[in-house]
Unconditional design. Structure first.
Length: 269
């Protein structure tokens, strides 16, 4: 589960997403395109030498999992990390981890394989390459991002997408998400981030600009929902018909989920 409102333009990997990344992070695109997953899930292989981590193996799709394993070319997988537990990111994690003999580390214990969890402030060392864990709840309650200082890049899972905007899932909360966006925005400026590596869609080269756009979009949507309520909209579906009138109706169920999260947030103010 990821974002709206995006049509899938390319489902083959020819878009340049597959194989893209930074000096120490490479995307392998899973073949699970949809309006919600965009081109598919980006599985990230991160490392500099003989030892790597694999972030978000993706869905339980044998050909994709085998392709990722083959791509490693004999390198040791220190761990499989999950940005969050939604099935398009985690469904194949256990099977892949067993293929390569690695633990699965995640914030949510239900998705772990092995004794070690994962949380905000953790640092993973890969032959001198640091991966720093940043807690970013909101899209889901267990969402994490991973900062690669040497590449000045952040792996963002579904917190930031390569195109469009993120749905607040039933296990997420908009107030948390807004705080996470503010945290990422401040960090991107302080750390001089140069790239965002999303869980869906292409690499983004202007982290501060992208985060400013995300924050502005959320504030604008909240204003539109307030206005729709003032204009007489009585429930989430009616608000979707007004605020998301220009969005493909196939995406309205996802939009309704997002509106429900925004209504909950407004009620809490």
């Amino acid at each position: 589960m990821s974002g709206i409102p995006i049509p899938v333009e390319d489902t083959s990997g020819v878009s340049g997403i597959d194989g893209s990344g930074t000096a120490h992070a490479t995307a392998l695109l899973a073949p699970n395109p949809s309006p919600m997953t965009l081109d598919g899930t980006n599985t990230w292989v991160v490392g500099r030498a003989e030892t790597v981590i694999v972030v978000d193996p993706g869905p339980d799709h044998d050909a994709h999992l085998r392709r990722v394993a083959d791509h490693l070319a004999g390198r040791r997988v220190a761990a499989v990390l999950l940005t969050h537990g939604h099935d398009d990111h985690s469904g194949g994690a256990r099977k892949f981890a067993e293929m390569v003999g690695a633990p699965v580390r995640a914030l949510d214990p239900r998705h772990r394989l092995g004794d070690e969890g994962l949380g905000d402030g953790d640092v993973i060392d890969l032959d001198g390459l640091e991966v720093r864990v940043v807690g970013t709840p909101g899209h889901s309650s267990d969402s994490l991002c991973f900062w690669l200082p040497e590449d000045r890049a952040m792996l963002t899972g579904d917190t930031i997408l390569g195109r469009g905007t993120t749905v607040i899932a039933p296990d997420g909360h908009l107030a948390d998400y807004l705080r996470s966006l503010d945290r990422l925005r401040a960090g991107a400026e302080i750390l001089a981030a140069e790239a965002l590596l999303p869980g869906h869609g292409p690499v983004l080269a202007d982290p501060v600009g992208v985060l400013d756009g995300y924050i502005a979009h959320r504030r604008r949507r909240l204003d539109q929902i307030r206005q729709a309520i003032r204009d007489g909209a009585g429930d989430a579906r009616q608000i979707v018909e007004i605020v998301y009138a220009d969005v493909d109706r196939a995406l309205w169920p996802a939009a309704e989920m997002s509106v429900a999260a925004q209504l909950d947030y407004l009620k809490s103010l």
